[in-house]
Design a protein around this ligand. Structure first.
Ligand code: SAM
Length: 393
């Protein structure tokens, strides 16, 4: 198989997490930049990355990168790329674009130039004048940043957060990719109890259970590149068969997901069922004050309401103070909270061990991490078998 370059795109703040995942898939040669991890791979990596990456937004095939300060330059350099190696004669190739701090700032003009350049190239290769574009889709993106154009084809289709289990969402659901990142950053493992007391549609609990059971996030969905002749069906099948084999049925996962809103809990239950993890999660309708567990060294991972709407601020501040009191009873536990409220630590009454800046959609948030005490040696030893280190990200 030929060498190719893939780009796993990442939400701001999650690049290191995506890098770690790409490395775990076995790809070592990579470059991390704002919003993306570029890695050297082969065609087999297209199914592998799409089916396995939990925290990336998409997987793009990098066709080329070059300086482009004029439309002529953009046209000629785009035309020089080997598009026919991927796009067949009947391929559909819409072009999308973006431009940041570049002389070529008209996105629609850049899109039109790139489209024309690819058409001209393919006309010469396929000896036709007109393309019906009735076949598989190859969405091309021209992304200009400081006069450098990066040309890619999207291999994913729908964003990778669309795992297929969420038919319904409650208010303000987290993106599945962000929820998975929250769990992975916490380094929760299946031998510890996990509580999400503001579970909403259940995203954190479901993503954690999928991680615990080692269920590949993309196992149940389709990807754009499944229709591409260059990425044959057997490559997809191999990754899926292997992924099915590595699902862990033997693990005893204990996750408690609760919410004050009965409608949210019902939705969460249905989503967990569709994701195949309803056996690992206990759902309850309850106020946060009612959460309880006999377990030690567990994890609370949550995304409480932010109070961004008018009139909610006071109520939210009271809730954050209550969280501080309620969670303080879980004195051996580690607590992880995602919120946009800048005074969270003051209200909660404790300074976080670590904070990480992230984005929840367009909302700037902080991920507050309150590390619990180290568990006794026996517990740690068990964890060492599951995962070599207990070092925190
Ligand atoms: C931002 S949403 C959580 C969204 C969730 N992470 C998801 O992905 O769908 C916050 C949730 O907190 C719940 N909530 C608000 N006050 C609560 C309280 N006092 N006790 C328990 N749940 C509460 C709301 O019903 C809402 O579902």
């Amino acid at each position: 198989m030929a060498k190719i370059e893939l780009i796993a795109t990442a939400t701001f703040g999650l690049e290191e997490m995506v890098k770690l995942e790409v490395k775990q898939l076995g790809y070592e040669e990579m470059q991390v930049e704002n919003g993306k991890v570029t890695f050297v791979a082969d065609e087999a990596a297209i199914p592998k990355a799409n089916i396995w990456l939990r925290t990336a937004d998409r997987v793009l095939l990098k066709m080329g990168e070059f300086e482009a300060r004029s439309f002529e330059e953009l046209f000629q350099r785009t035309k020089a790329l080997p598009w026919e190696e991927w796009i067949p004669e009947n391929g559909k190739f819409p072009v999308v674009g973006k431009s940041v701090k570049s002389q070529l700032f008209s996105v629609s003009d850049c899109q039109a130039i790139v489209k024309k350049a690819i058409v001209e190239r393919l006309k010469e290769v396929y000896h036709v004048d007109w393309f019906q574009e009735s076949g598989p889709e190859f969405e091309v993106e021209v992304a200009l940043l400081k006069d450098v154009a990066t040309l890619t084809i999207d291999t994913s289709g729908a964003g990778l957060h669309k795992r297929g289990y969420r038919a319904q969402a409650n208010e303000a659901p987290l993106k599945e990719t962000l929820a998975a990142a929250m769990v992975m950053i916490s380094r929760w493992r299946e031998d510890r109890v996990l509580i999400d007391p503001f579970c909403g549609s259940g995203t954190i609990a479901i993503e954690a259970a999928m991680i615990g059971k080692n269920i590949a996030p993309g196992l149940e969905r389709k990807f754009a590149a499944e229709e591409w002749p260059r990425v044959p069906e057997h490559l997809w099948k191999e990754v899926r068969v292997e992924a099915l084999k590595t699902i862990r049925q033997d693990v005893d996962i204990r996750i408690l997901a609760s919410d004050i809103d009965p409608r949210a809990v019902k939705i969460a239950e249905e989503n967990a069922y569709r994701a195949g993890v309803d056996d690992c999660i206990t759902f309850q309708v309850q106020d946060i004050a009612k959460i309880a567990s006999d377990a030690k060294y567990g994890y609370i991972i949550c995304n409480p309401p932010y109070g961004e709407r008018l009139g909610e601020k006071e109520e939210i501040e009271k809730l954050y103070k209550r969280m501080g009191q309620i969670f303080s009873k879980f004195d051996t536990w580690s607590v992880y909270v995602l919120t946009s409220h800048e005074a969270f630590e003051n209200l909660y009454g404790k300074k976080a061990s670590k904070k990480r800046k992230l984005y929840n959609g367009r909302i700037k948030v902080d991920y507050y991490q309150f590390f619990g005490p180290k568990p006794p040696k026996e517990m740690l030893e068990k964890r060492m078998v599951l995962n070599e280190t207990d070092e925190r990200m």
